[in-house]
Design a binder for this molecule. Structure first.
Ligand code: PEP
Ligand code: MG
Length: 325
């Protein structure tokens, strides 16, 4: 079976009836980059910058960040690297010691909220990503977006950074794609509004599941309730992808769900244009995509959207997966 996966590495990730699904890799650590090329992934769909930024005692400065991001982009060329800006808080490493611990960290000072309340630090990251973008293809996206005002503010800061760099005569790429993570239910519900501000959506099914069902993603006591196939979650995914389609904004799925071969029929059927998965999962996901028919996936998604409970949704997708692989 391993030989089969190897042989498939350079084949396109498209369904049997010809729908291309971009297959990208999720990356947390720079050393994983060596494996990206080998896996045949079409670039990085989610680079979680918090692991690099918070791995040191203090935040790396703009120069160090620029070097790091540039190396990533060069290592993945000609494919695109999508950088997600710092997602501190929640279960992530502490960004700075809070005077008082939060009683609900997942509902507190996390992700874009941290970045927007520390604009000087945020701008260093934006400038570093912009400077790195001169070296090749890259995108940028923002975690934990809950409303359009955040996106507008982020874009203002981004434009400010571009202007500064222009004034300083520092080059940056002019085709950098801008996207938002859809991982808070309110963002999914206003996806049509957000679509006017961005080039792409990336659905974080881990947080979207946590926040939709109100089930802590790291609490073992309620782990059984953590079901990305909950009809509430599926409807929000559908709303996001459909709103994106109406506005010409493609949707990627980058949560754990995308790396589950039994869930692929459902996600592809709902209209996902890209999946971004752990590097080690890339070959098996390619194999799976190449064994599916898009029209059958659409049928699964249509039925799933009528289903009443997560077990039924899961069973529909699993049945097609079993028939196909
Ligand atoms: C997600 O929430 O699904 C996601 C991809 O981001 P993270 O797991 O880093 O929160
Ligand atoms: Mg998340």
């Amino acid at each position: 079976a391993y030989k089969t996966l190897e042989a498939m590495r350079d084949l396109p990730t498209e369904t049997k009836d010809g729908r291309h699904i971009r297959l990208a890799a999720n990356v947390e650590f720079a050393h994983e980059c060596e494996n990206i090329k080998a896996s045949g992934a079409e670039g990085v769909g989610l680079y979680r910058t918090e692991f690099f930024l918070l791995g040191e005692k203090k935040l790396p400065d703009e120069e160090a960040q620029t070097r790091h991001y540039t190396n990533l982009i060069k290592g993945c060329a000609p494919h695109e690297v999508v950088f997600r800006t710092l997602d501190a808080g929640g279960d992530k490493l502490p960004f700075e010691m809070l005077d008082e611990p939060e009683s609900n960290p997942f509902l507190g000072w996390r992700g874009i909220r941290v970045s927007l309340s520390r604009p000087a630090i945020f701008k260093e990251q934006l400038r570093a990503i912009l400077r790195a973008s001169a070296a090749g293809s890259c995108g940028i996206m923002f975690p934990m977006i809950s409303g359009v005002t955040e996106v507008i503010r982020v874009r203002e800061l981004f434009e400010e950074c571009k202007k500064e760099l222009r004034d300083e005569g520092v080059p940056y790429g002019d085709d950098i794609r801008v996207g938002v993570m859809i991982e808070v239910p309110s963002a999914a519900m206003i996806a049509d509004v957000l679509a006017e501000q961005v080039d792409f959506f990336s659905i974080g099914t881990n947080d979207l599941t946590q926040y939709t069902i109100a089930v802590d993603r790291v609490n073992a006591r309620v782990a059984r309730m953590f079901r990305p196939t909950h009809p509430g979650v599926i409807r929000l995914i559908d709303m996001t992808i459909s709103a994106g389609e109406r506005h010409g904004v493609p949707t990627s799925i980058c949560g754990e769900m995308a790396g589950d071969i039994t869930m692929l029929p459902l996600l592809i059927g709902l209209g996902a244009r890209e999946v971004s998965v752990g590097v080690h999962m890339v070959p098996i996901i390619r194999y799976a995509i190449r064994h599916l028919h898009y029209w059958e996936c659409k049928d699964v998604a249509r039925q799933a959207l009528q289903a009443h409970d997560s077990m039924t949704v899961r069973a529909l997708s699993e049945a097609l997966a079993r028939r196909s692989y």
